[in-house]
Design a protein around this ligand. Structure first.
Ligand code: ASP
Length: 350
């Protein structure tokens, strides 16, 4: 009898919708705080908007803890994922997020689409818009591809799921969300990003997000793998979020008293020339291992956006050790992608 009432209770859950935040941290209504049709990077988002996204992700995490995780919020909406590059977490995260919000989700694999017949990105996205897509989630090897899509689409939202070495905003958001959940707040936290920062779209989006939220970011990499183009005088510009960024190529110094150490994969698919003498030498100086971690704060978090090359940028024992939150990053990614799809895809009140 008790078992039956539990079943009835959990069957009733999908009928309830979610109660996402109705106002931003400054008390303004969500629709006033959130005015974007697209999510292309974190650089254009204010602290209020980032906080709203994190608050909405928190609500979504509540949904994910229910017995029945599906809610009708995006019923009747169509989400298309269009991936020109390989992906496990991001693609699965968006597909799952859309389905749990009851949208119809269609995944397009470039290898089996008209792209192989020579169709351009422009024609492909216009075709998807014409076929009533409400949101298109794009991953593309060329930096700027989602921006081009956003410029030409008149009534479809675009989410950048990674463009070349430029940006990966939902990974940036899930990294903010993970640190906030684990440490309570981002303000003043020392966050060390280690490795191939120049070619990592994750690090670039993280840099905007963490600095905007008041964290103290330290970039640690060989000089050939630092993002000089992005920093470009901004670290000296008073009042710019990057003015607090530190550069410390010596990992043993950078890791000292860190709250978070994030290792990054060498993006060899994007490097046009050799940037490091050898993998062995790189690992010797820039691998996040137990010795490096012992220099950070006692309960410092170890993060990695995945996929990991264990033994290169991170040792296996640290990657799977007690301080690693790599798996939490993946599950937080689902809540964050639900929040993004909700804010972009839910019907607007008139
Ligand atoms: N999965 C992340 C990305 O697509 C990180 C990586 O591939 O190293 O950028």
């Amino acid at each position: 009898m008790q078992g039956r009432s539990k079943e009835v209770e959990s069957r009733a859950t999908p009928a309830e919708s979610i109660t996402p935040p109705t106002e931003g941290s400054n008390g303004a209504s969500v629709r006033k705080v959130w005015q974007h049709r697209h999510l292309l990077d974190l650089d254009t988002l204010s602290m209020d908007e980032l906080e709203l996204l994190l608050k909405t992700a928190e609500t979504m995490q509540g949904v994910l803890q229910r017995d029945v995780k599906k809610v009708p919020t995006l019923r009747g909406r169509v989400i298309i994922t269009l991936f020109y590059e390989a992906s496990t977490r991001t693609r699965m995260g968006f597909e799952m997020a859309g389905k749990l919000l009851s949208a119809d989700v269609i995944n397009i694999t470039v290898g089996s689409s008209s792209v192989v017949k020579g169709e351009t990105l422009l024609d492909t996205i216009l075709t998807l818009q014409a076929s009533t897509a409400d949101v298109i989630v794009i991953r593309h090897g060329d930096s700027g591809a989602p921006y081009m899509a956003a410029r030409v689409l008149t009534h479809t939202s675009v989410v950048n799921a990674g463009d070349g070495a430029h940006a990966h905003p939902t990974q940036g958001l899930l990294d903010l969300f993970t640190v906030q959940k684990q440490l309570g707040s981002l303000t003043g936290r020392k966050i060390v990003l280690v490795g191939d920062i120049a070619y990592s779209r994750v690090a670039r989006s993280d840099l905007w997000g963490f600095t905007r939220m008041g964290a103290q970011v330290v970039l640690c990499a060989p000089p050939t793998l630092l993002p000089w183009d992005l920093l470009n005088g901004r670290t000296e510009c008073q009042g710019h979020p990057f003015s607090s960024v530190e550069i410390e190529p010596d990992l043993r110094k950078a890791a000292r008293d860190a709250d978070v150490v994030m290792a990054l994969r060498l993006q060899q698919e994007r490097q046009q020339a050799e940037r490091i003498p050898s993998l062995r030498e790189y690992a010797r100086y820039w691998q996040v291992n137990e010795e490096v971690l012992s220099l950070a704060k006692p309960n410092a978090l170890v993060m990695h956006p995945g996929p990991m090359n264990e033994g290169v940028e991170i040792s296996s024992s640290v990657a799977h050790g007690a301080q690693s939150v790599v798996e939490q990053q993946v599950s937080n990614g689902l809540a964050v992608r639900m929040a993004v799809l909700y804010l972009l895809g839910a019907p607007r009140e008139q």
